[in-house]
Design a protein around this ligand. Structure first.
Ligand code: PRP
Ligand code: MG
Length: 214
């Protein structure tokens, strides 16, 4: 394999992207075009031989696992839900920090033997309630989980809590923390072996930028 093989870093679009770009800039990695105004999905960068792709968070582990991207930036919530098989996770980027929690309408108390749980984190929720010895019927949703208890689709939700504003605005309160979440740098295991020097340089630069951010 050529030592000049270009590397691809897959970024999670949306809120995480806004916090990722300043961190990458401090690591000397800047897109050559403005990601915010472009409809493109692939961007060359100031770092020789490194390009960016900007995709949904749930797709980042898929790209990196298959080697379609060598590196990725993705939330720990997605790694916990979809698995981290085939991936190294060398860095906690310490950005997009939030908590994965159970939440319920204010004053809700468990009534029967089972609870109905609405979430986009179905695997995490099943594991969590199984560990608690609670019979949970997990209902998979793709967004706006806070609506489910209001519409009597579910008793509880499992969701990301940042400011807590969305819960409060919908008459809900956080209950138990399942995991502390932040974004991680992930690397394809085979790429790490094949392009070790080039990838380690990127990991080191990003790691230094994380440390400098405190
Ligand atoms: C996320 C999350 C919560 C909210 C947490 O939803 O699912 O609803 O943000 O943030 P807060 O604690 O600061 O209110 P998002 O807006 O991404 O929409 P979605 O759940 O419909 O995808
Ligand atoms: Mg939401």
């Amino acid at each position: 394999m050529s030592i000049d093989k270009p590397l691809t870093l897959a970024l999670t679009k949306g809120r995480i992207l806004k916090e990722t770009l300043p961190l990458l800039a401090r690591a000397g990695i800047e897109p050559l075009e403005d990601l915010a105004t472009s409809r493109k999905l692939v961007f060359e960068t100031s770092h020789p031989g490194l390009r960016l792709v900007v995709i949904r968070g749930t797709d980042v582990p898929t790209y990196v696992r298959h080697g379609a991207a060598d590196l990725g930036v993705v939330g720990k919530d997605i790694l916990l839900e979809h698995g981290a098989e085939g991936l190294y996770e060398p860095l906690d980027l310490n950005i997009a920090r939030c908590r994965l929690m159970t939440a319920a309408p204010v004053g809700w108390r468990p009534g029967g033997a089972r609870v109905r749980v609405a979430t986009k984190f179905a695997n995490i929720a099943r594991q969590y309630f199984a560990r608690q010895g609670v019979h949970a019927d997990v209902i998979k949703l793709y967004g706006a989980m806070e609506l489910a208890p209001m519409m009597d689709l579910a008793d509880l939700i499992v969701d990301i809590v940042d400011t807590g504003n969305t819960l409060r605005a919908n008459g809900m309160e956080p209950l138990e923390e399942i995991a502390a979440i932040s974004s991680r740098l992930v690397v394809n295991k085979a790429a790490m072996r094949a392009s070790h020097g080039a990838i380690q340089t990127i990991v080191d630069r990003v790691g230094a930028a994380v440390a400098a951010a405190g």
